[in-house]
Design a protein around this ligand. Structure first.
Ligand code: ATP
Ligand code: FE2
Length: 327
């Protein structure tokens, strides 16, 4: 079954074509909104998505070497995310479904990050450390649902790193820039380490870092220290979730999971407890539509479908609200 997936929860607009039976990604086209300075204004990001839609669609079809009429199922990210952005994807998906007279399915973005790992690797029942711009969650399947075992109490880790990079004048996205800078130092400066039970928090740390920047601390020392601190916080809560659930696989997902130091720390933790750590190629860590197409396929095969009249967006959808029919 040829599935067309559409992702538009935040700054990324993406379309992918996946062959469900063959578990094959035929194309995975990603177009991210970027700024040289400043952050994201939701309406501007939505304008970006509208602007790039036709090009991303024709690129995805061309790379997959198929015609639009070959598509058999349309899948879109229904939530959670920014309302302005979600609407563009939902509208496009609805229109394609009506035009092609093919079924439509809306999926949960966070669960898609986990399911794409199960498609691309031999991971079976992992704890997902989902570390992206807006989201920082520890997710695992337990008692018939995907549940959030821990999460950030304030900013997502990516947004936190991006804010720090902005303070340092490094531009957006900040994650890779802070990483490059961190390689220039080995000087650890003590920073607040905030793990509360299973949750993490970055707000106080950002204030602390802003003050340190004003006091003239070296940017590379802070970049190094902040990575050591925040990635240790994430690995600590991921480990606790593994201990609690008894699961022996860790999957990394989200844009921040591109970070080599985080991958290294997660691998050390897993090795020490006899578990296995999985990470994906970068194009499947960042927001992408292959994961949306794939989860759409899996859900559709399990008998789910979204009626046109129910293809509304779910900006605040919680992971554990999703009815899991495919496991
Ligand atoms: P969400 O998935 O929550 O909607 P998003 O659209 O911001 O959020 P992603 O595309 O998954 O999500 O991730 C973008 C984030 O990843 C940015 O904050 C960026 O700084 C961060 N990032 C990308 N590469 C790296 C890296 N090498 N190290 C750390 N962070 C990184
Ligand atoms: Fe994401």
């Amino acid at each position: 079954m040829i599935v067309l997936g559409i992702e538009s929860t935040a700054h990324t607009f993406a379309i992918s074509i996946v062959d469900g039976e063959k578990k094959k990604v035929l194309s995975n086209v990603i177009d991210g909104f970027t700024t040289v300075s400043g952050g994201m204004i939701p309406s501007k990001v939505a304008d970006h998505h509208v602007d790039v839609y036709d090009r991303v669609l024709s690129d995805a079809l061309l790379k997959a070497n198929i015609k639009l009429s070959d598509v058999e199922l349309i899948s879109f990210s229904q939530g959670p995310g920014m309302g302005h952005c979600l609407k563009i994807g939902a509208f496009a998906a609805k229109t394609l479904s009506l035009k092609l007279k093919k079924p439509l399915i809306g999926v949960n973005h966070c669960i898609a990050h986990l399911e794409i790992g199960r498609m691309l690797t031999d991971v079976n029942d992992p704890v997902l450390l989902y570390a992206s711009g807006a989201n920082t969650q520890i997710i695992a399947y337990e008692g018939g649902k995907y549940r959030v075992f821990g999460e950030t109490l304030d900013n997502g880790i990516g947004n936190f790193v991006d804010s720090l990079a902005r303070e340092m004048g490094l531009g957006f996205p900040g994650g890779p820039k802070i990483y490059e800078l961190s390689l220039k130092s080995k000087n650890y400066i003590e920073l607040p380490y905030t793990v509360k039970g299973m949750d993490v928090s970055f707000g106080g740390l950002l204030t602390n870092l802003k003050n340190k920047l004003k006091q003239g601390y070296k940017k590379e020392d802070l970049a190094y220290s902040v990575q050591e601190t925040v990635y240790a916080m994430l690995v600590e809560v991921a480990e606790r979730a593994m201990a609690h659930t008894g699961k022996t696989e860790l999957l990394l997902g989200g844009g921040v999971a591109c970070n080599k130091r985080l991958i290294e720390m997660a691998n050390i933790m897993c090795k020490e407890r006899g578990a296995k750590c999985y990470s994906l190629p970068n194009e499947f860590n960042v927001d992408n539509a292959a994961m949306i197409a794939w989860l759409g396929y899996v859900q559709y095969k399990s008998g789910m479908k979204t009626k046109i009249s129910e293809a509304y967006i779910k900006p605040y959808e919680r992971t554990d609200e999703v009815r899991v029919t495919w496991r």
